[in-house]
Structure formats: C-alpha cells, structure tokens
Design a protein around this ligand. Sequence first.
Ligand SMILES: [Fe+2]
Ligand SMILES: [Fe+2]
Length: 166
Amino acid sequence: MYEKSIELLNQAVGDELSAVHQYMYCHFQCDDQGYDLLAGLFKKTAIEEMMHIEKIADRILFLKGDVELKASQDVNKIHNVKDMLELVSGMEQQSIKDYNNWALACASHADSATRKLFESLVEDEERHYGQFANELENLQKYGEHYLALQSIERSKNTFMQSGTTK
Ligand SMILES: [Fe+2]
Ligand SMILES: [Fe+2]
C-alpha cells in the first residue's frame, strides 16, 4: 500500500541531495569571489535542504522502506552569479511542481501523512524560490553594483575586524 509513497519519497531524497550539492558548490564559488550575502544564502539553503532529507528519511523508515541516498543529478559547475541564480530558481520551481503532484498522488492512495509532508516541503521550496527570484531581480536591477556592494561589505568587515579603526 505504501510502496508508491516510498518510491516518491526516495525520488525526493535524490532531488534534495542534488540540491544540497548544488547549493554547497554555489556557496564555495560565491565565498571565493567575495559575495558574502549570496554565499550565506546558499549555505543556509543547503542546510535547509539537508533537513528536508532528514524529514523524508524519517517517513521512509516509518513506512518500513529503506533510504536510497543517490543524488538525482550531477553538480552544475557554474561560476557566474546570474547563471547560478537562474539555475537554482528553476530547481526550486521544479521541486514545487513535483511535490505538489506527489502530494496529490499520495492523497489518491490514502496516505495523508506523506501528502502533508510533501505539502510542508512545497511551502519551504516556495520560500526558497522567492528568495532566489528576489536576488535575481536585484542583480538585474542593479547589475554590477549589486555584486560590487557585496565585495565592499566584505572589505569593510575585514577592515573592522583587523582593529585598525582604533
Ligand atoms: Fe527541499
Ligand atoms: Fe529548496
């Protein structure tokens, strides 16, 4: 009875794992390029996706299934911030679509707890999408100034921490 749920939940684990890898890759790149705000946002989102894996895995084990920890996609090795934001916005949109459909699929075979889990994930992914769409909009609106501001912010913080302001 719960086989379909376990299959969908494991598909979700694979997608979430790919998201963790992609977000950490973007975090490393932004950190290296000095864009602290985005580096922080990517890291925070990676941690949230990891917590999604934990929730999904709990449900799989409760249904007496096993957790397949296989990433569904390889990391896309992009370095350009606009490309990153476009890619992850698309990833979040896909998750929103999938989880909505999978919630309906679980409702159709009378597994309301898994349906609720997928619905709660939709809420988080919508928030993620909103955050990245917002950053993309800022980048489009302010162009290079948007990135320059983040670099200046890092220099300012480094300067303040160095104690030379005394
Ligand atoms: Fe997620
Ligand atoms: Fe997400």
